[in-house]
Design a binder for this molecule. Structure first.
Ligand code: 5GP
Length: 143
């Protein structure tokens, strides 16, 4: 099994601006954008801007930067979507459920008695993703 970082992955292309994304937050080290197959309303992803395949090869500063951004995005998502709770998910290697091989953290707003949609299930409509990204950006700006 190869565990080398492959810079042709989808998230590396988003970082390089070769593929579009509904971006909600960016700083020197991380980027956050909407997941196109959301498991819950407002599902966002947080990634480091530098290469890491997953948590197994990431360095501590990449992990720290991603978690700080996940906390920011998560707090904003709680407000933006009037959520009851928040789930963070992170998958490693195919057997661990990973599909895209650039380190990422899932930030999932949750509501009481509402189950998560299937992982990599249905593609959300572009207008819904755009509206949710806007709500999240506004909540992030409001602090
Ligand atoms: P994981 O690797 O954590 O198992 O899953 C990858 C996640 O990336 C899934 O939740 C999937 O919906 C999301 N995803 C896959 N392709 C794209 C894409 O092109 N753009 C965005 N924004 N998300 C994607």
């Amino acid at each position: 099994m190869s565990t080398a970082y492959d810079s042709s992955n989808i998230f590396a292309k988003i970082i390089r601006g070769e593929l579009p994304a509904y971006k909600v937050y960016e700083d020197a080290d991380t980027l956050a954008f909407m997941d196109i197959m959301p498991r819950s309303r407002g599902h966002a992803l947080v990634i480091p801007k530098t290469p890491a395949r997953n948590i197994l090869d990431a360095n501590p500063s990449q992990l720290a930067a991603c978690l700080a951004t996940a906390q920011k995005v998560g707090r904003a998502a709680m407000k933006a979507f009037d959520a009851d709770g928040l789930t963070l998910q992170q998958f490693n290697e195919t057997a661990g459920g990973q599909v895209v091989f650039h380190l990422h953290f899932h930030v999932l707003p949750r509501w009481s008695s509402q189950k998560l949609q299937p992982h990599t299930g249905q593609m959300e409509k572009p207008e819904v993703l755009a509206a949710n990204a806007e709500k999240l950006r506004q909540a992030l700006e409001a602090g």
